[in-house]
Design a protein around this ligand. Structure first.
Ligand SMILES: NC(=O)c1ccc[n+]([C@@H]2O[C@H](COP(=O)([O-])OP(=O)(O)OC[C@H]3O[C@@H](n4cnc5c(N)ncnc54)[C@H](OP(=O)(O)O)[C@@H]3O)[C@@H](O)[C@H]2O)c1
Length: 280
């Protein structure tokens, strides 16, 4: 499996496993199945309410914890210096782990939801930097940060985020933000890489799939990793879990990459970090 090197020199697999909405037994079984089929990056979040199941799935796989790259995230209603530290402890306890490979701010504080969003993100980040220095987190990063959120963070950050996990799939891939992250040496990770199925059936994707004798899902994921972006597809079906990591025996041409880059807007979640949600 190809790995990318983060700006803190840690390595991360280019394909991982998403777990949003995979709860309890289904969560345990799907994580175990993913690891048994070669996935070494598992993505969860406090908000997903499945960290216990993910931790059990990791144990059930029998693979050494050190060989697995575990990501979890701090929920946006819990931003701030002190609360970040207590939330990380809670995640470690639920996962039954003594360190996290990557801890992300799930969504930035924004002007709609925090009086001083810049300070809230800065204080949260300061706590994350300290947790990293203490060895409780190997890499620290953000999710759903627009350039404005990154630029504000850079004013006080001692550590540049290693990752920005953003919505990225055919039909909505935020190329300007991706370019900006790459310029800042921040690796981009794609969430909803399959747009939760909303892009399947698109003619261009179907034609390219047919040509390579691959599924539309595999074409979406291959397109993502050829952008040097990490993909974390979620599935609870063993067949699809295997399918989604079987991406290394074909390559999209420059022309095919361009065709997918240029698809019209589709599959967008509607979630914008600077305006969503209205209020919590
Ligand atoms: N940072 C963030 O704000 C954020 C937001 C959203 C998601 N995420 C992360 O990103 C991960 C992936 O995103 P996602 O779960 O939203 O969506 P996704 O991975 O784009 O799509 C998952 C959906 O596609 C189906 N599917 C998976 N593989 C398939 C295949 N080969 N053929 C046909 N259908 C297939 C799954 O159904 P089955 O399970 O039935 O296979 C599921 O309904 C999440 O699980 C989560 O870890 C992060």
């Amino acid at each position: 499996m190809k790995e990318l090197i983060l700006n803190d020199a840690n390595k991360i697999p280019i394909v991982g496993f998403g777990t949003y909405q995979s709860l309890e037994e289904e969560g345990i079984e799907s994580v175990d199945c993913a690891i048994s089929n070669g996935y070494r990056l598992i993505d969860t979040a406090a908000f997903y309410n499945n960290e216990v199941a993910v931790g059990k799935g990791i144990k059930a796989s029998g693979i050494n914890r050190e060989e697995i790259f575990v990501t979890t995230k701090l929920w946006r209603e819990n931003l701030g210096y002190e609360v970040t530290k207590t939330e990380l402890e809670k995640s470690l306890n639920r996962l039954n782990l003594d360190y996290i490979d990557l801890y992300l701010i799930h969504w930035p504080a924004n002007a709609k939801n925090y009086n001083n969003w810049q300070k809230t993100n800065a204080e949260t980040w300061r706590a994350m930097e300290e947790l990293q220095a203490d060895g409780k987190i190997k890499s620290i990063g953000v999710s759903n940060f627009f350039q404005e959120h990154l630029d504000a963070l850079f004013q006080t950050a001692k550590v540049i985020p290693s990752i920005n996990q953003i919505e990225f799939h055919p039909g909505y891939w935020q190329p300007e933000l991706v370019e900006y992250c790459k310029k800042q040496n921040i690796v981009v990770e794609s969430w909803s890489p399959l747009a939760r199925g909303k892009v399947f059936g698109n003619e261009v994707l179907e034609a390219i799939s047919k040509k390579h004798n691959k599924s539309a899902s595999q074409v979406c994921l291959r397109w993502i990793i050829q952008h040097d972006v990490i993909a974390i597809p979620k599935s609870t079906s063993p067949k699809r879990i295997v399918e989604n990591i079987n991406l290394f025996d074909f390559e999209l041409s420059a022309e095919e990459m361009k065709q997918i880059n240029n698809l019209p807007k589709m599959g967008f979640s509607g979630e914008l970090p600077n305006t969503w949600p209205d209020k919590f």
